[in-house]
Ligand binder design. Structure first.
Ligand code: PLP
Length: 394
């Protein structure tokens, strides 16, 4: 059997039609397949490769750390330099007074940890989240996901969950003195890059403060420069009590985190002790990679650059099949006219050497979330490829 056949035979799959690109290597904003074909990556492995594929600083940090040590002990027992350095840097740049970072392996695990922390801190178990929200695939994360179709086959899920409409202040009455936390993506990702009003977010903050509810921001997709500042919380000017991170955090290596104040985080050290356990969380190679990636974002001001680059996409990407482009920074949702099928467009895009991706909960729309390192010329070129794909479908 060739590799493609072995992939379909032995790799556990959940997608009925995987994109099936046979990856040979990746560099900057490009991915190359086994036949040597070049693809412009406008997906970033879903908002992961914020500093581009194999950024030299990231690769060097990974190699340097691999030469020293890999896994030595389960999380939180030994003092490991990459972890300490990353936590210290994050404490400097995270919103509000968040200064204690618990490292995990993925976004879903960050959500699990955050929900547990909120229950532990408040002694309450009711949780409010939003319709059309995506928070991950594990049981807790699935329980707060805002889509019935995705959840129904896996019931029973966590009790005490209520879902409200995103960006609707009237629905905030669901948050009360029995609510442990309100979990919200500051910009809804899989809902199709839905941007809330600043005033709404301030009302959210106030409601949580008034009711003693912990506000959790899921910045797993929006974090690390994607929306034009390091975190969406920065331009929304609202600080959460707990923040969840992953994806773009690792520079291409798997890592996530939930973070809060030391006072709240310390609650996981007693009643019970070891309130959250992870073997691989904060792996030293992932932490070294994440620190290098964060320094690139900050040094090159990639977060701030994302605003102008997003505007360039809007300016260059004009076609009669495009109904609307919505977004913030380099997190864009391109809505097509109903006559054009987004899944077909993605296939035609592959032919033209450009990688696009749909959203889970936003029909006939594709995402543009390229590495933040993309240049003006590369933006022009990728828009030309999308337009050629759209022309072919006309
Ligand atoms: N939260 C958001 C907003 C996400 O976009 C995702 C993944 O797409 C997750 C959580 C889950 O992250 P992971 O796939 O690393 O478990």
């Amino acid at each position: 059997m060739n590799q493609r056949a072995l992939f379909f035979r032995h790799v556990g799959l959940t997608s009925p039609q995987p994109m099936g690109i046979e990856v040979e290597r990746a560099e900057g904003i490009y991915i190359y397949d086994k036949a040597g074909k070049e693809y412009t990556d406008l997906v970033s492995g879903v908002s992961v490769s914020n500093v581009g594929h194999r950024h030299p600083n990231v690769v060097k940090a990974i190699k340097d750390q691999a030469d020293k040590y890999l896994h030595t002990m389960v999380y939180g027992e030994y003092i490991q330099t990459p972890q300490v350095q990353l936590a210290t840097k994050l404490a400097e740049v995270l919103p509000g007074n968040i200064d204690s970072i618990y490292f995990v392996n993925s976004g879903s695990e960050a959500i699990e940890g955050a929900l547990k922390l909120a229950k532990r801190a408040t002694g309450r178990f009711n949780i409010v989240s939003c319709r059309n929200a995506y928070h991950g695939g594990t049981h807790g994360a699935l329980s707060v996901m805002g889509d019935e179709t995705m959840r129904n086959a896996f019931r029973p899920l966590l009790p005490g969950i209520r879902q409200i409409e995103f960006n609707n202040p009237e629905h905030l009455s669901a948050i009360d003195e029995t609510t442990a936390c309100f979990l919200i993506e500051p910009v809804q990702g899989e809902g199709g890059v839905v941007i809330p009003g600043k005033k709404y977010m301030q009302q959210v903050r106030q409601k949580c403060t008034d009711t003693g509810t912990l506000l959790i921001f899921d910045e797993i997709q929006t974090g690390f420069g994607r929306t034009g500042s390091l975190f969406a919380a920065d331009w929304l000017e609202v600080a959460p009590d707990i923040i969840c991170l992953a994806k773009g955090m690792g520079g291409g290596m798997p890592i996530g985190a939930f973070a809060s104040t030391q006072e709240i985080m310390n609650l996981l050290t007693f009643n019970p002790v070891l309130g959250h356990i992870t073997t691989f969380g904060g792996h030293p190679v992932s932490c070294a990679s994440a620190l290098a990636s964060l320094e690139v974002i900050l040094d090159e001001k990639l977060d701030i650059q994302a605003n102008h680059k997003g505007d360039l996409f809007r300016a260059f990407l004009q076609h009669q099949a495009i109904k609307h482009i919505r977004g913030v920074g380099l997190f864009l949702a391109v809505e097509l006219i109903p006559e054009v099928d987004v899944f077909q467009l993605i296939q035609v895009g592959i032919k033209h050497g450009v990688l696009l991706d749909p959203f889970l909960f936003c029909p006939n729309t594709f995402r543009i979330a390229p590495p933040l390192t993309i240049s003006e010329e590369e933006i022009r070129e990728s828009c030309r490829k999308i337009i050629a794909a759209l022309d072919e479908m006309a």
